[in-house]
Design a protein around this ligand. Structure first.
Ligand SMILES: CC(C)(COP(=O)(O)OP(=O)(O)OC[C@H]1O[C@@H](n2cnc3c(N)ncnc32)[C@H](O)[C@@H]1OP(=O)(O)O)[C@@H](O)C(=O)NCCC(=O)NCCS
Length: 261
């Protein structure tokens, strides 16, 4: 955090007799504190520890003048869903996580001549943020608006998590109309593709070319499973992902509540 020159996250922990028994991580966006890693040791559950950790996190989000607290939870995680409902969280949107095993010809893919794909550069962020914000529902945009910096990965973050990452843009003329980032290594066993961002004019062939470019890059690094999360109503339909061999694995809900700020 000293190197970044600003506060990037807070990790709250609960201790009992010097033993770590619970945690909550908060990262900060422009309008919301985003909670993750909410967990309490099994033997310490139902004693109000998660409630206390979340209260502390909400307090800090409030004092940082972010009006919302947001988080993602597995649809099937009944204890966590009950906890968040109890604390006044409501559902903002739903996403599906898809996974795909590596294919033998992934690494040899080259995009067709007509597909204008190049490596992402920082100045693309502005057009991409406008594209994302135009596609979000007003409710989601209010809580989690995109920003030009959201598409870059600070090199320090990649190196500190021992991961490698590359991003591409799809172009219409000079204008970025699509975006995808692929990441391998680091703290997850599977490779990760960001939600593909695709402008309304992007056709299926170009969308496929962008995703296959990401899969080829992953294959050239490691023969691992690729995971991608796609919100309901996204421009990349699940049928397109299915043609690439992606299968749906689980559903997550994006929840939000007021921080009281
Ligand atoms: C979800 C989790 C963090 C809850 O931690 P906890 O310390 O047991 O929660 P609390 O004791 O603070 O519970 C607060 C309220 O949440 C609800 N709640 C919590 N666990 C519940 C359960 N198993 N079933 C039903 N309601 C539950 C209750 O309303 C509870 O209040 P009550 O005990 O007065 O009825 C814990 O079960 C856990 O670590 N699960 C595994 C990791 C995980 O799934 N994290 C969430 C990721 S999004």
């Amino acid at each position: 955090m000293r190197l970044f020159g600003r506060r990037i996250f807070d990790l709250w922990v609960a201790e009992e007799s010097g033993r770590l028994v619970g945690s909550t991580l908060v990262t900060y966006g422009a309008r919301a504190g985003f909670l993750s890693s909410v967990a309490v040791r099994p033997a310490y559950r139902r004693r109000g520890i998660a409630r206390a950790l979340l209260a502390r996190a909400h307090e800090e989000i409030r004092s940082g003048h972010r009006p919302y607290a947001a988080l993602q939870v597995l649809r099937e995680n009944a204890p966590a869903q009950a906890l968040y409902a109890r604390l006044g969280y409501r559902k903002l949107s739903t996403s599906t996580v898809f996974a795909r095993e590596p294919g033998p010809t992934d690494a040899t893919y080259t995009p067709p001549g007509g597909a204008a794909i190049r490596v992402f550069a920082r100045p693309d962020g502005e057009a991409l943020a406008a594209l994302v914000n135009a596609s979000l529902s007003p409710e989601v945009r209010e809580v989690l608006p995109s920003s030009p910096g959201a598409f870059s990965l600070p090199p320090l973050l990649a190196s500190s998590t021992h991961s490698e990452s590359t991003a591409w843009v799809l172009l219409s003329g000079e204008r970025p109309v699509g975006f995808l980032r692929a990441t391998v290594g680091g703290i997850t066993r599977s490779a990760h593709l960001t939600q593909p961002i695709l402008g309304p004019e992007v056709g299926t062939e170009s969308a496929l070319a962008l995703v296959r470019t990401g899969l080829a890059w992953i294959a050239s690094h490691a023969p691992v499973r690729a995971v991608v999360e796609v919100p309901e109503g996204a421009t990349l339909p699940r049928e397109t992902l299915a043609t690439l061999g992606f299968g749906s694995k689980f559903t997550t809900d994006l929840l939000v509540r007021s921080s009281g700020a």
